[in-house]
Design a binder for this molecule. Sequence first.
Ligand SMILES: Nc1nc2c(c(=O)[nH]1)N[C@H]1C(S)=C(S)[C@@H](COP(=O)(O)O)O[C@H]1N2
Ligand SMILES: [Mo]
Length: 452
Amino acid sequence: MSDESDATAGQFRDDEGTPSDEFGFPARGWRMLARHRPPGFGRSRLWRSPLRGPWLTSVFGAVLLAGLPLVIITGLLSYIAYGPQFGQAMPPEVGWLRLPSFDWPTRPAWLYRLSQGVHVGLGLVLIPLVLAKLWSVAPKLLSWPPSRSVAQLLERLTLLLLVGGVLFEIVTGVLNIQYDYVFGFSFYTAHYFGAWVFIGAFVAHVVLKVPQMIRGLRSRSFRQMLRTSRAETRPEPVEDDLVAREPSEPTLSRRGALALVGGGSLLIGALTLGQSAGGFTRQSALLLPRGRVSGEGPNGFPINRTSEAAGVTAESTGPTWRLVLLGGPMPVELDLAGLREMAQHSAKLPIACVEGWSTTQVWSGVRLRDLATLAGVSTPLSAHVRSLEAAGAFNQATLQANQVSDPDSLLALRVNGAELSLDHGYPARVIVPALPGVHNTKWVQQLEFREG
Ligand SMILES: Nc1nc2c(c(=O)[nH]1)N[C@H]1C(S)=C(S)[C@@H](COP(=O)(O)O)O[C@H]1N2
Ligand SMILES: [Mo]
């Protein structure tokens, strides 16, 4: 260290007027950093809203602290519901990020509908809050130099992962529920690993910031804030990086800001809800276009992949179609008439897609466990289902023991009293309570029951 820096150590002050060497960093380094300020950073004069302050940030933070864990947990549950034990969760290989897996239950039948509906629906509804929270802390995120101590450097690194992580999850999630698949990479892989980056940073951030958030919330009365008009709106009377040093006139009260963000969330909620609520509200599910493509009459509910897209034709599903049952002493072949002669069972069950949309219909057909018995496998530990569909990521699925044995688990031939339409899987499709939509294989051709 040169004499010069020795002499100035402890005296150099950055933009924010704080001594730069709390942890004994050489002052020269900080000065260099401070001089090489990237555009947009550290311009405290740019951030002049009188609304910014610990209270407002804490309110946004508290809502996110309540909501984001639900989005995280339901996301991880979806991974488990896909059946990692069969290598069919995506991505299949996640190394030490492997979650403890358990047999996904079949009851209640609406379990996956609820958990995935919450994951996608709440995830969308929280977007305005995430953006509002980022806006509220912008001066801090963009302060320069980036840190004044090792501890602060680490904290800012977690912020980078936190902000980057949450934006990455939002962008990949929102794009995945659109019509066209736009990624040059696997959505599942990106969203899963991105999630862990975000989760790690989120936990660190919560641990570091909760005391500050509680102090912020306690610093002013929420009711009082709701009663304060725009004209009466003043900057928070505290010494804090978030509070503008040269505040401009308020253009909005704090209650106005909360109403704006809350209104944005409500609007997104209204444009999303219809994908699960169904009926006429489905038309308003503008944020989930795939959940709106629909058949007609008794088959009038969303179609994820049409028979045309799957390359399944009327010929391949015509009189020559056979269902093959494997796993027993001998393969068993059934035609459609043979299936219709077996005991028929009806169940009202949802299809719930990973994309968040769902629809509940009355299905009828043959119980999977009856088919296992017919194949000669009395207590199958799993069943592997294959579709006529030649190519396509979702032309097969493995079902757990409980998913085969549930009395409502069906190879459905009919829906709402009518024959299945070709788009919904004619002549036969799987429908199992609480199973992620993707594993309710359409145009089934083969079932292999496995005892191990
Ligand atoms: N053979 C086959 N079955 C399939 C699919 C597929 O692409 N191919 N898509 C699955 C997905 S992702 C969902 S959500 C449901 C949708 O069923 P539906 O199109 O009848 O509404 O079917 C599932 N069954
Ligand atoms: Mo799906």
